[in-house]
Design a protein around this ligand. Structure first.
Ligand code: GDP
Ligand code: MG
Length: 597
């Protein structure tokens, strides 16, 4: 039977454990691409992904594995490895019957090894552990086998031990997939239900949706319905990934492939949605559709106000491919017309910002990221605030709530103290601690999301010399005493610098930010007072002194070419300057307040 020769699987791993490299080797081994076409890390096609070495969007590729008993179709579905994209990971996993769990033999089980493995187990997947990087002298194969068995609780003695880099024992992985991962089931003649696990916009084909057909058959010409949005479309093409799109006649229950249907926006073909027949629709969608919810918000403004329309178009284009990105108009007294954008997390935010500048060539100013606060007003209503400027006045606020996460941190035992210290200063609440093995601990804390988005990960890495790993999941809201901290330049509140902070932190934070601003704001012809305030109360003050006449004079003497350079540099810098009232504020001022404790 057809389905017996199909395997649908993902690869999951902690970041850098070798997931993409293994995917490349599997593609190479099965000959899906000739070696000429074989560029390192084929699945990470976006330029940014390659540079950052991360997998942002999940992709799929069909491999043909030739065996004595016939050809097997192995559909490999790549998943993003970063917590920001956990939602997409879980969609991808639902398209599979099994997952390869890659563990780096020199690093062992890490926070996201556990998190991704649990995600796979939650989706009832069979797990095939694979121990990678055995070519390295520091590989601890036996220890890692034991770790997988003890910590995760799955059999690992027979796990393939490989080097994805050199290609050693890759066939063991393919055999492991056939032996351990179940073939798909589902009635090819049943009512159509197919899960969308990824979508992207193609300028020729429109939206291309990656689907896993669970029941029934889908063919070009069919009228289909997207169950979450209720939209109906005619299928124009179906096919598989080689990894190029290869059109075919049909996708049947158990198959993984793509469909197109002159759909203009990925929002109409959302990840997680179920495709069914418009003529004989299924009664129930496949389980688990959730809208991806943005958790981190920031203002994005053009440096040059004239770029506003272009910025809007850029965001619209990016959104066509990224349903998780949200944006709406916003105006700022300081920055003019711009957008309040919502992101899944900080990495997602950085990627979008970088793409606007790189792919669309629009210099932008971004304001400090914020989470969503629940504000309970004295009139009994609750409003959700993502921009500090919109916070009601203190007399109208009864109380406020902020989002919290459950963080799991795995660290060598010698850094347990440092990690706990960090969590404590980030307003964490200790839950518990276990040992992965004698020398490594897994620590659980409840931490406000707001503390995580401000360089928590970087600080964690530097305090543990890069050895600790972090994973977190949302854990609801908690009540916190919060206030709005304002910054004033030359006596005027700069709305784009306002932030919501815990009351107990306001004083220290206000003072540190004022000091930081003093460093980054250049001297003007006049003196600039910098003040931090909570409500009408000034809690800190610094001054940027006026330029002295003789300093200016000095600039005019001397070497011409040096002066030219200076002027050019100033011009370059100017691009990133924003006139706020009478003061020129550099772009870095808006982000620098992030790094202030
Ligand atoms: P991913 O984040 O899990 O996708 O990891 P990558 O596949 O991008 O690999 C991370 C790094 O580990 C890269 O520099 C790879 O070249 C390297 N790497 C992957 N597999 C091996 C291996 O088997 N041996 C060695 N020595 N390095 C490897
Ligand atoms: Mg990768």
């Amino acid at each position: 039977e057809r389905q017996k020769k199909i395997r649908n699987f993902s690869i999951v791993a902690h970041i850098d454990h070798g997931k993409s490299t293994l995917a490349d080797r599997l593609i190479e081994y099965t000959g899906a691409l000739s070696s000429r076409e074989m560029d390192a890390q084929v699945l990470d096609s976006m330029e940014l992904e390659q540079e950052r070495g991360i997998t942002i969007k999940s992709k799929a590729v069909r491999l043909i594995y030739r065996r004595e008993d016939g050809d097997y179709v192995l559909n490999l579905i790549d998943t993003p490895g970063h917590v920001d994209f956990n939602y997409e990971v879980s969609r991808s996993l639902q398209a599979c019957e099994g997952a390869i769990l890659v563990v780096d033999a020199t690093q062992g089980v890490q926070a996201q090894t556990l998190a991704n493995c649990y995600l796979a187990l939650d989706n009832n997947l069979e797990i095939l552990p694979v121990i990678n990087k055995i070519d390295l002298p520091s590989a601890r194969i036996d220890d890692v086998v034991k770790e997988i068995e003890d910590v995760i609780g799955i059999e690992a003695a027979d796990a393939p031990k490989i080097s994805a880099k050199t290609g050693l024992n890759i066939q063991d992985v393919l055999e492991g997939v056939i032996a351990h991962i179940p073939s798909p089931q589902g009635d090819e003649n049943g009512t159509l239900r197919a899960l969308i696990f990824d979508s992207y916009y193609d300028s020729y084909k429109g939206v291309v949706s990656f689907v896993r057909v669970k029941e029934g058959t889908i063919r070009p010409g069919m009228k289909v319905k997207f169950m979450a949005t209720g939209k109906e479309h005619e299928v124009t093409e179906v096919g598989v990934f080689t990894p190029e799109l290869l059109p075919g006649e049909a996708l049947m229950a158990g198959d993984v492939g793509y469909i197109t249907g002159s759909i203009k926006n990925v929002r109409d073909a959302r990840v997680g949605d179920t495709v069914t027949s418009a003529v004989h629709p299924a009664l129930e969608p496949l389980p688990g559709y959730k809208k991806a919810i943005p958790m981190v918000f920031s203002g994005i403004y053009p440096v040059d106000g004239a770029d506003y329309e272009e910025l809007k178009e850029a965001l619209e284009k990016l959104q066509i491919n990224d349903a998780a990105l949200s944006f709406e108009y916003e105006t700022s007294v300081a920055l003019g017309f711009g957008f309040r954008c919502g992101f899944l997390g900080l990495l997602h935010m950085e990627i979008i910002q970088e793409r606007i500048e790189r792919e669309f060539n629009i210099p932008i100013i971004t304001t400090a990221p914020s989470v969503i606060y629940n504000v309970f007003r004295t009139d009994g209503e609750m409003v959700q605030i993502t921009n500090p400027t919109n916070l009601p006045s203190p007399t109208e606020i009864d109380y406020m709530e902020e989002p919290i996460v459950k963080a799991s941190i795995i660290t060598p035992s010698e850094y347990v103290g440092a990690v706990m210290d960090l969590c404590q200063t980030r307003r964490g609440t200790y839950i518990n601690m276990d040992y992965v093995e004698q020398t490594r601990a897994v620590i659980h804390y409840i931490i406000p999301l707001n503390e995580i988005i401000y360089d928590f990960f970087d600080t964690l890495k530097s305090r543990t010399r890069g050895y600790a790993s972090l994973d977190y999941e949302l854990a609801g809201y908690q009540t916190t005493k919060l206030v709005k901290l304002d910054l004033l330049l030359n006596g005027e509140v700069v709305d784009a610098l306002s932030m919501i902070v815990p009351e107990e932190r306001a004083y220290v934070k206000g003072r540190n930010i004022a000091e930081k601003l003093k460093e980054v704001i250049p001297r003007h012809m006049f003196e600039i007072p910098i003040q931090a305030a909570v409500g009408s109360k000034i809690i800190a003050r610094e001054t940027v002194k006026a330029l002295r006449k003789d300093v200016l004079a000095k600039c005019y003497g001397g070497d011409i070419s040096r002066k030219k350079k200076l002027l050019e540099k100033q011009k370059e810098g100017k691009k990133r300057m924003r006139q706020v009232g009478s003061v020129e504020v550099p772009q870095e001022a808006f982000m620098s307040i992030l790094k202030v404790e």
